[in-house]
Design a protein around this ligand. Structure first.
Ligand code: G3H
Ligand code: ZN
Length: 278
């Protein structure tokens, strides 16, 4: 199953898919294991920042693609927040078939022109493209505080670029440590009615369970989650290391961290699918 059919099948269903950011192999293993536990599809994301951390895309992306191909549920490997077109070309060459081109901080006309070019090249290779629209006319990314996506501009942008999914600014902000963001649900509904492709919520770690449920009911189809998993992983690792100051084998603290992430991924996927969760 491609990202395209996964998101298109869910659009308008009142359900969404979780898209989780992986930095370490342990994240990727936990994301796939969590999806298998929930028996639900998942999107496994590698951001441009994670690529910068590793120094290159290929080693980690190859591992993620291998995990995806042997999973018992659909796992779509996605390149997240790519601002560099050459990184997108590398991803496509490696076999990644879902990318986000992030030109949201550019002026609108430049965002359209560069996104359209990325879409043309990606579609020729069978790769789907998500793009982002923030403040009217660009210049503010979609996840700066106070920024909102305009439905008319979103409609025009989608038609002009041919993107397959659109990240919108509706009140979430990246990397929040508290889950108290308040989303503009009326705007989500207006965007859902105006825009012909699935809508993506970024910065979802800052939104409560109930806030996410409501955003999905109103029309969000892909929910990007990064910080929340890092908080779960780090808190578990910190707990294990605090309990045993002599521990040195990383497997002894990373395995409990990975296990905690697996459980949270399964829980979030069920929540986004509209299933009851603890
Ligand atoms: O693209 C990734 C997401 O927007 C993650 O945001 O770390 O705030 O959950 P978050
Ligand atoms: Zn994001």
């Amino acid at each position: 199953m491609t990202d395209h059919s996964l998101l298109d099948d869910l659009r308008g269903s009142g359900r969404a898919v979780g898209a989780f950011n992986a930095i370490l192999l342990e994240h990727a293993e936990a994301i796939v294991a969590g999806a298998e536990e929930a028996r639900l599809p998942v999107i496994l994301q590698i951001s441009q920042n994670a690529v910068r951390y590793h120094g290159s895309l290929a080693p980690f992306a190859t591992a993620c693609l291998s995990l995806a191909s042997s999973a018992s549920v659909p796992v779509v490997v996605h390149l997240d927040h790519a601002e560099d077109e050459t990184l997108i070309d590398q991803a496509v060459a490696l076999g990644i078939r879902s990318v986000m081109f992030d030109a949201a901080t550019l002026p609108y006309a430049e965002n359209v022109a560069r996104t359209r070019d990325v879409v043309r090249r990606c579609h020729a290779a069978g790769c789907r493209v998500e793009a982002e629209l923030g403040a009217i006319g660009g210049k503010d990314g979609a996840h700066a505080p106070g920024v909102r996506t305009d439905p008319a501009e979103a409609t025009a942008f989608t038609a002009a670029t041919g993107v397959d999914a659109l990240a919108v600014a509706v009140g979430s902000v990246h990397a929040m440590s508290r889950r108290d963001a308040s989303l503009d649900n009326a705007l989500i509904e207006r965007l859902r009615a105006a825009v012909a492709v699935p809508l993506v919520l970024h910065g979802s770690s800052g939104v409560s369970d109930e806030g996410l449920r409501e955003a999905v009911r109103r029309g969000i189809t892909k929910v990007n989650i990064g910080t929340l998993l890092n908080r779960v992983l780090t808190s578990r690792v910190r707990g294990v290391l605090t309990d045993d100051a002599d521990l040195s084998d990383p497997r002894k603290y990373l395995a409990p961290g990975r296990d905690a992430v697996r459980a949270e991924v399964a829980r979030m996927l069920r929540l986004l699918a509209g299933e009851p969760v603890p």
